[in-house]
Write a protein that binds this ligand. Structure first.
Ligand code: SAH
Length: 342
């Protein structure tokens, strides 16, 4: 049986016309499917009784169910979801001063193997389906107060979004459709560890925000901490960033995790500044969140300040990411879930 929520508007239309129904039924159905609280065709009052039965007979409606909600002292919330096959994924809801950001997962586990990341330790479990990505947002919009409604979505949860390319695109289509959740593409950012071909493909296809987890300014350092750098080294990655089709107001966000004595020296800062010269860039420095079993340490506050200062001197926009939700392991790189029942 099909899960209707896994279909994009186009796929839904194809399915509906295959059933001998007029195409506008697909639009009506899509609108119901992504309306918070809809879980039974009996609620679809603009369908005849027989049409409701037909839909209920041929498919079902399901999005991930929440297993646990943890609340951080800084108001960050972490949601754990159970999937149909027992996999568990996580989503983080981050209230900021004037808006809320939703951080979604695209894979159960991750195959990229970054040495500093806790999710990497789960190994790769599987790609998420479009409904499992968009469903994280649906449930949350249905269950939080209006002031907490997320405005921004970042694809910075578990997994490498660009390693699940087709489903990423479908989930973006669902999330931004005006008959659905109607998020603005302008307020969505996809973060990648640097899968160069998919990055360029995405940029040519959609005007979506791009964040690159760079974390080092030279191959020697990056090879040590990110295995993906052996596939697409810094030269290729930076060339792709220069070639990335950016619309006028956009900049690429470069994420840079500060690891004590690994990549946090002033020399690294200067090299980073030289590397990014000429790219419309925003640099996001991330204090390392320590996790058990991960052999890195957080840079000292002083060192982080100096690093930031050096880049500002070179005229970059630099932000220090405030770590949110550390007390509930909801901060960057801390997401980790065991399969239910194991
Ligand atoms: N795979 C994508 C999406 C994950 S985003 C990517 O790599 O961009 C999660 C961000 O948190 C990445 O920038 C990642 O490098 C960073 N991160 C991973 N482990 C971390 C840790 N222990 N402390 C702080 N940030 C971490």
């Amino acid at each position: 049986m099909i899960n209707y929520r896994n279909l994009t508007p186009g796929e839904l239309e194809a399915w509906v016309t295959e059933q001998g129904l007029p195409a506008y039924r697909a639009r009506q159905l899509f609108r119901w499917l992504w309306r918070p609280g809809f879980d039974d065709f009996e609620q679809a009052t603009d369908f005849s009784k027989s049409l409701r039965h037909q839909f209920a007979r041929d498919g079902y409606i399901w999005t991930p169910e929440v297993l646990e909600i943890q609340n951080s002292t800084d108001n960050t919330q972490k949601f754990a979801w159970g999937l149909e096959d027992g996999e568990v994924i996580e989503t983080v809801l981050i209230p900021e001063r004037d808006h809320t950001t939703l951080c979604v997962s695209t894979q159960a586990g991750c195959a990229m193997g970054c040495r500093f990341c806790h999710t990497a330790r789960m190994g790769f479990r599987r790609n998420l389906e479009p409904f499992e990505v968009a469903g994280q947002a649906l449930w949350i919009t249905d269950h939080v107060s209006e002031e907490q409604w997320p405005r921004n979505i970042v694809f910075m949860g578990m997994g490498e979004p660009l390693a699940n390319y087709e489903n990423l695109l479908k989930s973006l289509e669902i999330l931004t459709h005006d008959l659905g959740l109607n998020f603005s593409l302008r307020r969505i950012t996809v973060s990648t560890c640097g899968l160069v071909p998919e990055m360029l493909r995405l940029g040519h296809h959609l005007d979506v925000g791009l964040a690159v987890s760079l974390h080092a300014p030279d191959n020697e350092t990056r090879n040590q901490i990110m295995p993906v750098n052996r596939r697409y080294d810094i030269d290729r990655l930076i060339r792709a960033c220069r070639d990335f089709p950016l619309s006028k107001r956009r900049r690429i966000t470069f994420e840079y995790l500060l690891l004590k004595d690994v990549n946090d020296s002033l020399e690294h800062a200067r090299r980073l500044g030289r590397l990014l010269r000429g790219i419309p860039a925003k640099i996001n420095l991330i204090p390392f969140n320590e996790s058990p079993g991960i052999p890195f340490r957080r840079s000292s506050e002083e060192q982080m300040e100096e690093f930031q200062h050096a880049l500002r001197e070179m005229n970059y926009t630099v932000m220090m990411r405030k770590s949110k939700g550390r007390d509930i392991s909801a901060a960057c790189g801390q997401l980790y879930a065991e399969k239910a029942g194991h």
